[in-house]
Design a protein around this ligand. Sequence first.
Ligand SMILES: [Zn+2]
Length: 350
Amino acid sequence: MITQLPFDPDEFYSRQMVLPELGRRGQDKLRRSKVAIVGLGGLGSVSALYLALAGVGYLRLVDQDTVELNNLHRQVLYSLDNLRYPKVEAATQRIHQINPNLKVEPIPENVRENNVEEIVKGMDCVVDGLDNMGTRYLINRTCAKHQIPYVFGAAIGIEGNLSVFAPPETPCLECILPGLDDSQLPTCQTRGVLGTTTGIIGTMQAMESVKLLAGIGETLKGKLMVCDFRDMYFTKINIFERPDCPACQGKIAELITDKERLVWLCGRKTANVNPPKPIGMELEEIHNKLKSHFKMLMKSSLVIVFEYDGGVEVSLFKPGRMLIKNVEDEEEALKIYKDIISKLGVEIFS
Ligand SMILES: [Zn+2]
């Protein structure tokens, strides 16, 4: 018989508390800290893991996606057992296995104009695990408005960047990289990415967060770090405020588009469709209504996954959000969405 030893925080953190730079005071600061990790892919799964190991007391994990086989070479929180599970659910479970003393709040949603305030509210910093600039700009502006430090990171191929934005003390993301169009940028699918690239950048983001929260050393405030791992070129560039930067002036509204209901996931034939209003049904009930129509593949506490016709796989989350995989265009995705909703017998389109 295996007797489980009790979890002793003093022992768990002993090798970092011995650091004069951290000590028990720094450890207490980490325990009282709240961090949101937005996006739990290659960057976010690594930074979430290290922040959990460091003892950050409250982690808010935000991600819309489910675990896929092509994630596993870089997204270290997940294993083969987690395929099709929401990333936030698998991540929460894994973090609790590693450090049971933390509070973890899983939010299985995409970041949008109508939930971004809730996502950053009350946090001591926000860590960027995103894969697109549009959502980064939204996070950047909301963090700027509430004066919450934003630990920016981006990684692709064999290169990456990071910084800590904390206006008005520092410039922000849109002071230095304004107006980038995601459709013109390389993705993990087109450019490719080494797992070690996101591993290093994600770990450095966790490092910057720990330093910020515990008050250690000098962070990358006012600097952009540029890394090219092909020849291990690392440099820091001083960055400056842009006088007409809309983010630093607290503008959020002009970012908002009408595309919020349907979003294509980065580099894939997957559409995320949000309901016009919540469908007001428990997953169990949804599962019972749909199982006579579709082949059910998986059910967890946050999602049900089933096969629609013709190789289309659907992950349905509680409020009625769906990830529809292997679709060609918006019209097809919305047609499937409406068909599934009609089988539930609810009226959410008006
Ligand atoms: Zn700015």
